[in-house]
Design a protein around this ligand. Structure first.
Ligand SMILES: [Zn+2]
Length: 282
């Protein structure tokens, strides 16, 4: 078990490093393609599969010793080896958080990890990597790019499919998934339509469908929406109180939805059970 934890930590940290590169490349690519005459050579360098890692500031190609997660950042004291430009603390933080979430997912996975459930778990880890990328992207640029949301929706659908197949009662499980998607995205869709996109963005609606697919039951879909709203208020009310925020919200909602969905994935079953037993005595 210790071996598995160690392996997941290493994989998680390495994939956290991939998240940093992915987020930056997707943003740089979208900036390049938005230009009047996109430079195809530049786009090639920014390709996720082909391009070499480079310093975002001086564009110097990075050597293997610059790419060791966390350690490179620490040994370089957060500066580029070549141009000395500061490298954001976002890099090691994202790496460590991804590693920690990989281990946490294993330790607190709600079902027994055997048979098809192992497949559900591995698909969840892949989805988790993408969700962290989405979270970072939304925090930095207030946008949930379709280039991330669409493939992740496919991944979540696959996770739901394997989970339904692995379930003892597949028909019930399937109805639950459909209801979860309806709750997860439906509420935001209505809010989006009613407010003509003022209260929440179209990106949040798409994220709602995606997270609904992943959590898999309507009760859990309600739970992640509730948790996201709670987290959002806890963070934004103090900010409004000190007049950092005036009128129009400048906090993206996506990160709260993603954090809430991760908590729901791991602890949703336990929270809902506790709620039913303690508060309504079922
Ligand atoms: Zn540099």
């Amino acid at each position: 078990m210790l071996m598995i934890i160690l392996m997941l930590a290493v994989y998680g940290v390495a994939l956290g490093s991939f998240v940093n590169a992915l987020v930056w490349r997707i943003h740089a690519q979208s900036k390049e393609t938005a230009k009047k005459s996109p430079n195809s050579k530049q786009l090639d360098r920014l390709s996720i599969s082909k391009g070499r890692s480079m310093c975002p500031h001086c564009k110097h190609e990075l050597a293997a010793k610059d790419l060791v997660p966390v350690f490179s950042w620490l040994s370089l004291r957060g500066k580029c080896r070549y141009c000395k430009a500061p490298i954001s603390v976002q890099y090691p933080i994202v790496e460590l958080i991804t590693g920690a979430l990989f281990v946490a997912s294993y330790l607190w996975w709600p079902n027994q990890l055997q048979g098809l459930e192992v497949g559900v778990f591995v698909l969840w880890l892949a989805l988790l990597v993408g969700l962290i990328a989405l979270l970072v992207y939304d925090l930095r640029w207030m946008l949930l790019p379709d280039r991330l949301v669409f493939p992740l929706t496919g991944l979540a659908a696959l996770q739901a499919l394997v989970a339904v197949t692995a379930s003892d009662r597949p028909v019930v499980a399937l109805i639950n998934v459909v209801a979860a998607v309806a709750v997860g995205g439906g509420l935001f869709y209505v809010l989006f339509q009613v407010s003509a996109g003022k209260w929440i963005g179209g990106g949040d609606v798409k994220l709602g469908w995606l997270l609904g697919l992943s959590v898999g039951t309507p009760a859990k879909a309600l739970l992640f929406i509730f948790l996201a709203a709670l987290l959002g208020s806890l963070v934004s009310i103090p900010l409004v109180a000190v007049h950092k925020l005036k009128g129009k919200s400048v906090i993206p909602f996506g990160p709260f939805l993603i954090i809430a969905a991760i908590v729901t994935q791991l602890f949703g079953t336990a929270i809902i059970h506790w709620y039913r037993v303690t508060l309504i005595g079922l």
